[in-house]
Write a protein that binds this ligand. Structure first.
Ligand code: HEC
Ligand code: HEC
Length: 153
């Protein structure tokens, strides 16, 4: 007869659960990262992306060496990026400027050529298909205040 041990175990589990929840209910203001009541509809402060046109912005700091650089200029006019229509390439597919001094001929295109590793071969005449979706790795930053401070170094 296996019912008795089963019922005993079930009883024990219920007892343990009852004891565990005995520590007091969680306050409605402390249920998540947002320290607002779950019954409120908070209005987060507005944030915005850079409206700087390409060619007029300083590079943003990288999270670590060789991290994909963040995009310092606005990109809304160039989206969506698709395999058939990629406007990022209009300015960044300029292999002749790789390793050249930036802005050597004042052309916007000379400022930020994408690196050799983004091409399918060392001829650099064809984008590596795995790289077509630029915004998978390169994103602009909004000025929203972080919800939680990052201590990552
Ligand atoms: C009209 C030309 C142009 C277009 C289109 C363009 N960019 Fe740029 N991009 C630039 C220039 C110029 C810079 C150098 C920073 C500046 O002056 O804004 C730059 C900077 C960058 C950087 C930073 C590079 C670094 O070394 O820090 C990234 C990443 C980038 N762009 C990604 C993109 C992506 C992704 C798209 C498409 C959604 C795009 N760009 C479309 C011209 C362009
Ligand atoms: C899978 C991720 C990934 C994708 C997709 C990608 N990149 Fe990058 N990109 C990187 C990384 C990582 C670096 C930094 C390489 C380094 O510093 O050695 C980089 C560097 C760059 C740079 C800076 C070059 C420099 O010398 O400072 C530009 C510009 C750039 N990418 C443009 C693009 C464009 C345009 C596309 C789309 C056609 C694209 N990337 C797609 C990961 C990616």
């Amino acid at each position: 007869m296996k019912t008795i041990p089963f019922l005993a175990t079930l009883g024990l589990m219920i007892a343990v659960t009852a004891c565990a929840s005995d520590g007091g209910a969680i306050d409605e203001l402390n249920m998540g990262l947002s320290k607002a009541s779950v019954f409120d509809t908070p209005t987060p402060s507005a944030s915005a992306y850079s409206d700087g046109k390409p060619g007029y912005n300083d590079p943003l700091p990288r999270a670590w060496d060789e991290a994909p650089p963040q995009v310092p200029h606005r990109i809304d006019e160039f989206l969506p990026v698709t395999a058939a229509d990629n406007q990022c390439l209009d300015c960044h597919d300029v292999p002749k400027y790789i390793d050249k001094p930036k802005n050597m001929d004042r052309s916007k295109k000379s400022k930020s050529p994408m690196p050799e590793g983004h091409y399918a071969s060392s001829e650099m005449d064809d984008l590596d298909g795995a790289r077509f979706n630029c915004t998978q790795c390169h994103v602009p930053q909004s000025n929203a205040a972080p919800l939680v401070e990052s201590t990552y170094r």
